[in-house]
Design a protein around this ligand. Structure first.
Ligand code: ZN
Length: 277
């Protein structure tokens, strides 16, 4: 059975990348005006900003800072590059702490010069290395499995089962899973693995958009909810049955939508959220 329609906007969160043409101050002002309650901040929007002040500005705008996007990219054949990734993830933890959010989304990385198994081993090691920093800062790390079309360079963690296996092997309350419908909607094990994730209290985030048919760009042709073939209500019903009642995060990378008037796009997002999420 599908979930009931959302009643109001109290769980609506937007990723800043969704309205990429806006800087963080514009996003804060316009999200708040539209009744959006949460924001996931992409790190590029913080460049040149005082992060503590920016966190304050977001809260003053009535926005809960849901997470920082993103850390990860642990896998690399070169040790020096893996070390750089650790340094960058430690920096991300510090940024999350300053911003006042308790969560970082991890795109774990992959390197086509080595096997996916080797990449996954490096991901495990990388997360374990950053974990003490995350704990000390009170920041949780959310492993986001990515669609297998990104298995060459972006992530060797491609199914929610692999993400569950990974976070259960690490076994820390500071490491969990981010469920993104764009990456996972096709998986025949999705329902069962969402329940497994929830049962172990590992379900940390829920990202939504739609899968357009045809999709003309793997990365930047995500659809607005209702534009594609994902049964969002059904997946949300599983996520909620698994015990998740946090923010529903709209994350749309779209060359088409970024070209439109962003205020009109935001209105469309709010409407689509009520109709399809
Ligand atoms: Zn996502």
């Amino acid at each position: 059975m599908n979930a009931e329609p959302v009643k109001d906007l109290s769980r609506l969160c937007l990723h800043t990348i969704t309205t990429k043409p806006w800087n963080i101050e514009e996003a804060a002002r316009n999200y708040s005006k539209a009744g959006v309650k949460g924001i996931t901040v992409w790190r590029d929007t913080l460049e040149g900003r005082d992060i503590i002040k920016t966190g304050g500005l977001l809260r003053e705008s009535g926005l809960h800072v849901v997470s920082l996007c993103r850390g990860g990219f642990f896998a690399n054949t070169e040790k020096a590059k893996r070390d750089l990734a650790i340094t960058d993830n430690r920096r991300a933890v510090e940024e999350a702490f300053k911003l006042g959010t308790d969560k970082i989304v991890l795109v774990c990385g992959a390197d086509p010069r080595q096997s996916l198994e080797d990449s996954r081993k490096q991901i495990y090691d990388g997360i374990c290395e950053v974990l003490p920093d995350a704990k000390a800062a009170g920041v949780k790390l959310a492993v986001e499995p990515l669609h297998p079309m990104f298995a060459d360079t972006r992530s060797a963690v491609n199914t929610i089962k692999q993400a569950n296996d990974l976070v259960e092997a690490i076994d820390s309350e500071y490491v969990g899973v981010a469920v993104d419908v764009y990456h996972l909607w096709w998986d025949p094990d999705l329902e069962e693995e969402i329940y497994r994730c929830g049962k172990n209290r590992n379900l940390l985030a829920f990202h939504i958009c739609d899968w357009k048919s045809p999709t003309v760009d793997m990365l930047n042709d995500r659809g607005l909810m209702g534009e594609g073939c994902i049964n969002l209500r059904k997946i949300r019903s599983w996520v909620e049955k698994a015990g998740f009642n946090g923010f529903i995060e709209v994350e749309i990378f779209s060359n088409l939508w970024w070209k439109q008037d962003q205020n009109e796009f935001l209105e469309r997002i709010v409407r689509a959220y009520k109709e399809h999420a």
